[in-house]
Design a protein around this ligand. Sequence first.
Ligand code: CA
Length: 226
Amino acid sequence: MRILVVEDEPALRDGLVDLLRGAGHAVEAVGDGQAAAQRGVHESYELVLLDLMLPKLDGIEVCQRLRKARPDLLILMLTARGSEEDRVRGLKTGADDYVTKPFGARELLARIEALGRRAGAAPAQPEVVELDGCRIDLGRCEARRGTQTTALTAREAGILRWLHRHRARAVSRVELLEHVWGAQPDMETRTVDMTIANLRAKIERDPAGPRIVVSVKGVGYAWGQR
Ligand code: CA
């Protein structure tokens, strides 16, 4: 599986990376909550091993953001606190399972395997959406119009995924920043407009008269035309 390890203690983090790589997983690691939210939203990990107590953004908050942006992502929480309250909070926030520190290597690997099996038992649907003659494979970050296939960046696919999922309404720039960039809403909303301009050039028949990512005056953007 492709796994992101989120742990601020360097020794434990390195240990986890070694352990999981040794078990045949593709592993990347970050040391704080903010980096975790950003990477977890953009990259296509299958599982996030998430420490609860983290600098910058705590594990609960990270879990909420990841869950919102990536409903299929497996989240396994690591908690040093043994209290039932924290575990319940973690699970309610959307974690799939938790392991209490200190844990044994074999226990952790077994939990990860069990989660992977559970996810594998219900294979993810291919994420393909089609509009105005453009076929967009969100999972593979590809758009096809006629015989021409264009690669999308993970962020562009993220924007399309978010707009499509919330296609019943218009979506604000701040909402896109928060959920697709994983950023604080104080980032420049112009960033969103620039990214969408590039995206339109890739997917729209006529980028000046967009029919897939449409502008909604005074609000932001929406999926398709009414
Ligand atoms: Ca910690």
